[in-house]
Design a protein around this ligand. Structure first.
Ligand SMILES: N[C@@H]1[C@@H](O)[C@H](O)[C@@H](COP(=O)(O)O)O[C@@H]1O
Length: 242
């Protein structure tokens, strides 16, 4: 595990974007695993800047997003499909037909999970999976518990996760109660994992995830089993890392 702590946002974002753009330079057809939440936004902005300078192209790349809310129309501004279009896809040359986000409106959600996992297996492995981390240690929407699910599945969101994400909605009542998420096994199949966290409020969970025991009570701690993980932290999120 390679944990890097940055004094300023710009360096963190440039490093994250640099890992992704170097991959695309050596492997233009790379499969990217992408994430939502506020943590990756700065990295997406840096990638867009690199694209605008002609330093990176996504024309042959494909992508799979980690997760999607169940029941939000695609055009809802908080659906993860909208988020990705707005924060990244509409600013770069990626072919939208090669961008994949689980369909949270599928009439048969179980079948959508099976088919999403199959699509990842067919086009994968994911070369680089970008991740944020929830305050309770969730990755994607794999919530803490006595057991975790390996493959893509439907999950009931914890109340603490709905509260944390309520900031993006008008009220907590509007936050969906379920989501589709890649499983922890799906995530661990990626060749490389890049986790990014910012802010004091993530300091404790970062310590638990990477300095503490491997436990399903902190899904991110399972990343300790992966041979190629890079963790990018700002000074506040890395405060308790020894
Ligand atoms: N499903 C997403 C996660 O993939 C993300 O990592 C987490 C943290 O979000 P933020 O980066 O905004 O703290 O939020 C959501 O719940």
């Amino acid at each position: 595990m390679n944990i890097r702590i940055f004094e300023n946002e710009e360096d963190l974002n440039a490093t994250g974007a640099g890992v992704i753009s170097s991959l695309l330079q050596t492997k233009p057809r790379a499969v990217l695993g992408l994430a939502t939440g506020s943590s990756p936004v700065g990295i997406y902005k840096s990638l867009i800047a690199l694209y605008q300078k002609g330093l990176v192209s996504f024309a042959q790349a494909s992508s799979f997003n980690l997760d999607e809310y169940v029941g939000l129309p695609v055009e809802h501004r908080e659906s993860y499909r909208s988020f990705m279009n707005e924060q990244l896809f509409s600013h770069i040359d990626i072919d939208l037909a090669r961008t994949h986000v689980p369909d949270g409106l599928a009439s048969d959600l179980e079948q959508e999970c099976v088919s999403y996992e199959q699509r990842i297996d067919d086009r994968g492995p994911v070369d680089l999976q970008l991740l944020g981390i929830g305050h309770n240690g969730h990755i994607g929407f794999n919530e803490p518990g006595t057991e975790l699910t390996g493959r893509t599945h439907v999950v009931d969101l914890k109340e603490e996760t709905r509260k944390a994400n309520a900031r993006f909605f008008n009220s907590i009542d509007e936050v969906p109660t379920q989501a589709i998420t890649m499983g922890v096994g799906t995530i661990l199949k990626a060749k490389q994992i890049l986790l990014v966290a910012r802010g004091e409020e993530k300091a404790e969970i970062i310590r638990e995830a990477f300095m503490g025991p491997i436990t399903t009570q902190c899904p991110a701690s399972l990343l300790q089993c992966h041979p190629n993980v890079v963790v990018l932290l700002d000074r506040a999120a890395g405060r308790l890392v020894k």
